[in-house]
Ligand binder design. Structure first.
Ligand code: MN
Length: 318
């Protein structure tokens, strides 16, 4: 893998006239915040920019309120500019059907903080010591001499607060950056509420059913204990996919369990599996064994079959 510094990437982007930015499937605030912060910075330099993500899902309502959201185009309408930047995607698979766009004759830039990222670009800025990808984007924008106004700062902040769980596991540098972003005009209280503490009323009864069906296996993971729950398509009702992403954060509070897993049915018999660990288990090899990836304490993968098939495969792999 060829590594690049933020300055290297700023140089490539500084020379570009048209850039395509790709976010990962089922986009979260870090991938979209990263994509939009970079898009805003580049478009102000006169660069022609498009941002996209793969899959049938639409942008979650909380993220459509970010500045620059109008630069997002549906995956089917991506032009594919000469410079392509992947943000916060740990694998090519996370870019889904947009992968072909990245593999064409383009300058490929990969910016990410997942330790499992193998560096599938020509220029790879992969920093597992960064709490989120959006602060890597901030470093690139700083290297470009971009004015970090409240719109760009808010996009970076969106990734920072969500990937650090409201700064719960933030590194000191992230707190310093958070202060800088608030000084730049971010409405921290409003964005925390919108991105972390806001769900429809129907979400409460869904969570109650999901948690009521949770199973705890004390013997799993060498006796460290695993708790897991299933969110099947028929349980969703009016609740959208983005609202179920946070259920893992409720489940993982179980103090007897080192590992928490949520099995989310994304299409009939297709599952996205979210994993969280406390401090004894490294989830990267576990998710990797199922074709996924992520961080030591937060990872995921995809699987298919019945809920029981997917759960059995997971428990056997522990
Ligand atoms: Mn991230």
């Amino acid at each position: 893998m060829k590594s690049a510094t933020p300055q290297d990437i700023a140089q490539v982007l500084g020379d570009a006239t048209a850039v395509t930015i790709l976010c990962h499937v089922r986009p979260d605030p870090d991938t979209i915040g990263s994509g939009l912060a970079l898009a805003l910075g580049l478009s102000r330099r006169g660069v022609d920019v498009e941002v996209s993500f793969p899959g049938a899902e639409t942008l979650p309502r909380s993220l459509t309120a970010l500045a620059g959201a109008d630069l997002v185009v549906p995956a089917g309408e991506v032009v594919g500019h000469p410079v392509v930047v992947s943000v916060d995607a740990a694998t090519l698979g996370r870019l889904g059907d947009l992968v072909c766009r990245l593999l064409l004759e383009k300058k490929k830039i990969v910016i990410d903080h997942h330790v499992s990222n193998t560096g599938f670009g020509e220029y790879n800025l992969i920093d597992p010591a960064a709490d989120c990808t959006s602060i890597l984007i901030l470093e690139i924008l700083d290297a470009l001499g971009t004015d970090i106004d409240s719109d760009i700062a808010t996009c970076v902040y969106a990734g920072l607060i969500t990937d650090t769980g409201s700064f719960k596991w933030a590194r000191p540098e992230s707190l310093r950056i958070g202060a800088r972003l608030l000084d730049a005009g971010v409405d921290g209280a409003a964005w925390s509420r919108a991105l972390l503490d806001s769900h429809p009323v129907a979400w409460l009864s869904l969570v109650s059913r999901v948690l009521g069906g949770a199973r705890f296996d004390a013997a799993a993971c060498g006796g460290h204990g695993v708790i897991y729950a299933v969110v099947s398509l028929d349980m969703l009702g009016p609740v959208g996919w983005a609202d179920i992403e946070s259920i893992i954060d409720v489940l993982r509070v179980a103090e007897e369990a080192e590992v928490a897993a949520v099995f989310k049915e994304t299409a009939p018999s297709k599952w996205a599996v979210s994993l969280r660990a406390k401090d004894k288990i490294d989830l990267v090899p576990l998710a990797g064994a199922h074709g996924g990836g992520g961080h030591r304490r937060a990872a995921g993968y995809s699987d298919s079959g019945t809920a029981q098939d997917v759960i059995d495969r997971f428990l056997r792999s522990l």
